[in-house]
Design a protein around this ligand. Sequence first.
Ligand code: PEP
Length: 249
Amino acid sequence: MRKKIVAGNWKMNKVHADAINLATEVIGSSYDGSVNLIVIPPAVFVSEITKIAASSKVAVGVQNTSQFEAGAYTGELCTAMIKSVGAQYALVGHSERRAYFNERNEVLAAKVKQVLKDELTPIYCCGEMLEEREKGNHFNLVKTQIKEGLFHLDSSQILNCVIAYEPVWAIGTGVTASSDQAQEMHAFIRELLTDKYGADTAQSISILYGGSCKPSNAKELFLNKDVDGGLIGGASLNTSDFIAIANSF
Ligand code: PEP
């Protein structure tokens, strides 16, 4: 059975007191436990939040990692550091990293490798911009992102990955992909995984949907057979919305 996952990407929001408050609320709240809950705060708060989460079922992730092992890379955080403070997950290739920090599939492939090397779980993000969907190029684009970012991995490595499909036109816009659009792309991604790694492996990999997911639409999205949960931006900044989404399976 695939893992059901709801992960909250806080992006560059919250100062210290607010971040600790939000983490404490999420960790102390009642969710039904049938889903793996992950909080992904700004990196500066991760160490403290992993301590608060230590005896709970909530896992902690980071929003970005370096593709390099260690050394003279001013301003970067490497996977060994992230692992050493207790984080378990790392986003790789969020569309904002791709758009504003020029992260290309080749660099993201190196990040995925590095994340796995230090035994963290990558949440590899993919998804098309609106113009690509309008041109009918969305399947090709996602196929290239998946092939170039992930297909250097062997079967045992890909089994330790999570994929997040996030159509860029739905992120932070209030416009959600329809349930059918989400299922169609998730099934397509699973087919790519099946062709490369075989059905057993493909059926074991969780594929999350991201893009304006909220309590009012989470249930419908999560009912789809290839949607294994959500990567949540805006709604993860509010405890009751985030927990309501987690309880939507
Ligand atoms: C995201 O940034 O990963 C995201 C899904 O954001 P939002 O939920 O705000 O659209």
